[in-house]
Write a protein that binds this ligand. Structure first.
Ligand code: ADP
Ligand code: MG
Length: 285
């Protein structure tokens, strides 16, 4: 995986929780950088790297990832003290995702007509999220972008929940995750076809390659492990075992478009009902 050096910190992105930043680097690149000093910590970066890179190697549309060497001095001019706290705690390696200029956050009701999300594509994304336990791709928080007439998958820091409690990881191997409000659930995801195509590709060899990209400094001092290498083996073994057990966790039971529309209408009505009369005409977003 390429390693680049941050030259300038341009601006924080505040829409989600982890306050990533847009950073220019010495390869003339512009990246959305997830910082190791953010509240989510190093494990969010481990998940971003393993899940993003695995997805890309399985043919899912994930922007390129790089390791970004960061010196907090390059962001000295950032005025927000909370952002400064994150940046000062992030010296060393951080995770960069290629910045997609002009990309739009995914909004199912405003999809460009050229972009048709097929059942096959929706199925691959849902299947993949179920494999890696990504519960952060919902209708409320899609973490999908639309760019050059395609969907792009971003923000995998909340996946691999099992690594927050390794002692219970074994029990999670065959666990179903709640996928009913998945962002692509209304696009008739063909999960069975995705399983047939993708499960055989998730081999211990592929996983070993991907997990091997995680820098030692993100794996240091994990209780219960003697070395970063031992931890890498645990990630590989867990994900290989889960891929082999897909019949146990294949997601099912999505709300169709009509059910989602009804739920949305009920939500809007509830929001409006809670407002004083003089505000009732303003659209509930
Ligand atoms: N590669 C990218 N290119 C362009 N914009 C991005 C990219 N990655 C993230 N963004 C924008 O930044 C926002 C926050 O990024 P995200 O990875 O979801 O972090 P978090 O939700 O943890 O704050 C996204 O909703 C999106 O609008
Ligand atoms: Mg997000």
């Amino acid at each position: 995986m390429a390693e680049v050096t941050a030259l300038d910190y341009l601006t924080p992105l505040r829409s989600g929780g982890s306050v990533p930043g847009i950073v220019e680097t010495d390869d003339l690149g512009t990246y959305v950088v997830k910082f190791c000093g953010a509240a989510q910590g190093r494990k969010a970066l481990v998940a971003e790297l393993i899940v993003g890179e695995l997805g890309r190697r399985l043919g899912l549309p994930v922007p390129e990832l790089v390791l970004v060497r960061f010196d907090p001095l390059v962001a000295e001019q950032e005025p927000d003290p909370e952002v400064q706290d994150i940046l000062r705690a992030s010296a060393g390696l951080n995770l960069g995702m290629d910045f997609l200029p002009g990309a739009q956050d995914f909004a199912p009701r405003q999809l460009p007509p050229q972009l048709a999300v097929t059942p096959a594509e929706a199925g691959r994304v849902v299947w993949f999220d179920a494999l890696v336990g990504n519960v952060d791709r919902t209708v409320h928080s899609p973490n999908l972008m639309v760019w050059h007439r395609r969907l792009w998958l971003i923000d995998h820091g909340a996946a691999l929940i099992f690594h927050h409690r390794w002692s219970g990881a074994r029990d999670a191997v065959a666990r179903r995750y709640p996928m009913t409000d998945h962002a692509l659930g209304a696009f008739a995801p063909d999960v069975a076809a995705a399983d047939a195509a993708l499960a055989p590709l998730v081999t211990a060899e592929l996983l070993g390659e991907v997990v091997g990209l995680v820098p030692d400094e993100w794996l240091a001092d994990e209780p219960g492990f003697d070395s970063p290498e031992q931890q890498r083996q645990a990630y590989t073994a867990h994900l290989a075992a889960r891929a082999a057990r897909s019949q146990a966790w294949l997601p099912e039971g999505f709300a169709d478009a009509e059910e989602l529309a009804r739920a949305e209408a009920a939500r809007v009505a509830a929001t409006l009902a809670g407002r004083p009369a003089w505000l009732q005409h303003v659209r509930a977003g």
